[in-house]
Design a protein around this ligand. Structure first.
Ligand SMILES: [Zn+2]
Length: 167
């Protein structure tokens, strides 16, 4: 009897595809067309096993953020401190991304575009950058001093997760 596939195997397929194409993809159900992240073998909405990876343009909005000031991962240590954001993509799923090129501290509601940065043939970083054309409309961004005083310890903030179900 064969061992059932483990979730990290299908997540590995997604990461390998994005590393090969340098393009953000997400899993989508070919029956009900809902986007799913992280990838699964069965659609959590309709139960179909007909799942495919589709490329996305990566637009979305920041729903949460934090600053990483310590990491044990040697690959991320040169970046410390760095901001990470949770982005709700236009297609629905939320992804966690490294914030880059923000003129000031990221804030909830900020329009962004998520791309991927291949780090190996099996891993990519998700990168979120402000969408300048959309950002020009203004989103009530905080100044750096306001933002630092408004920072909420991550333990007190709603826990962002890529595991949650679609609404
Ligand atoms: Zn479905």
């Amino acid at each position: 009897m064969s061992r059932p596939p483990r979730p990290e195997e299908i997540a590995g397929e997604l990461f390998a595809l994005m590393a090969r194409t340098s393009r953000l993809h997400v899993q989508q159900c070919t029956e009900c067309h809902r986007s799913v992240h992280p990838p699964r073998y069965f659609c959590p909405i309709c139960g179909s096993a007909r799942m495919a990876f589709v490329p996305l343009d990566g637009t979305g909005v920041v729903t949460s953020w934090t600053t990483v000031e310590y990491t044990v991962d040697p690959e991320w240590q040169p970046l410390v401190p760095y901001d990470v954001v949770v982005v709700e993509l236009s297609e629905g799923p939320r992804v966690v991304a490294l914030a880059q090129d923000f003129p000031r501290t990221p804030h909830a509601g900020a329009p962004v575009r998520v791309t991927v940065q291949p780090m190996s043939d099996a891993f990519v970083r998700y990168i979120a950058r402000p969408e300048s054309a959309r950002a020009a409309t203004g989103c009530g961004a905080l100044s750096p001093s306001q933002a630092s005083s408004a920072r909420t310890p991550i333990a007190d903030a709603p826990i962002p997760t890529t595991q949650e179900e679609m609404p």
